[in-house]
Write a protein that binds this ligand. Sequence first.
Ligand SMILES: [Zn+2]
Length: 428
Amino acid sequence: MLEPEVEARPWDEQLALDDESYRAQLRYLLERSPFYRAKLAGADPDGGLAELATLPLTQKDELRASRTRENPIGEHLCAERSQLVRIYSTSGTTGTPSYVPLTAGDLDNWVTGSARSYAASGIAAGQRIVSTYDAGPFVAGAALASFERIGLSHIPVGTGHTARLMRAVELLRPEAVVLTPSYAAHLVEWAAERDFDLRSSSVERVLVAGEPGGGEPGFREQLESGWGARVTEAMGIGDIGVSLWGECEEQDGMHLGARGFVHPELIEPESGQALPLEDGAAGELVLTHLRHRAAPLLRFRTRDHVRLRMSPCPCGRTGPRVRCVGRTDEMLIVRGVNVFPSAVREVVSSFAPRVSGYVLVRPRAGGVKQEPPLPVAVELARGAEADDELADAIRARVREVLVVQTAVELVAWGSLQRSEYKSKLLER
Ligand SMILES: [Zn+2]
């Protein structure tokens, strides 16, 4: 652990410290944030974390709606122009990009949390890491600073330079690479086509982030066997912080590296009702800044659906761990059952090596609600022939695990799109 006195602190003690931070944060918001002053009219600034769930949730659209030409960041901006040391852009995958301002203290907290999250993977000072993020204007850029904080030797390569990346792996012999799970999967195929012996490379750890998948057992197993390395995942959310969560070597969900800076909650996505943080609980992750200055957010809906683990982790880190099962904007409802395309991929991956692991869910209707059967294209492994028995077995397994009827179409190897960044699992 980078900071054992923090990361292994009993969770109750952490919550007591967070309660104090939260009260100060709430007072700061009521004093400095026009957005929250209006939203929290009548709120008691001494309510404490115990009463957090009585306050309203914050949606990305509300922040967007508060932006003007005079204030392009939004009404939630609390700091003076001179205090902002950096202004990131979100990638704008859902709507127009927004700006994420940071004070020097905010940026330092981001790097601290991110460093704890990445260090949880087991990577240690003195080792080499190749990064593939074209982080430039995006918040992922702050994660790169966390590699220096850990004491790693950082080798930036960027996305879309596969030959250069593999040359760096071959010549510079890094212990780790950091990329999206989609790109990690693409590289396994790239290496196989060129007789590049990825399994015998120096890489012992593949750190994945940027999209769900690294924690799906079937998909993880494919990546691990392809790389001959251990795969752990990390996750952040642009408006709140970079790599807030990071998985340890137990591979049983991501620890909250940003503990002390961010407070997590779980809600039932349709009703917005808060759910208890219990082992096995599932819902949408909601995050509250505890010590943020530039543009702190309260009860921000991340749109990430997670499963929670609260049991003690053998690594010694305390507090909740999460596994992301999908994004709200990818969720479909088939006869009342919530279905995430990533969950379909997880089930399909268990049919490897007969399938490649690539799937594409192709809903017939627009919108969220779908009538069964839900069409799913499943890509075969290289050289594998389509056979009805396999399609039937996949359909039956998906029905058993996800309680949803699908129409499985087996497609030839190479026919679904590969990605050097994030995979498309849903075709609208
Ligand atoms: Zn652990």
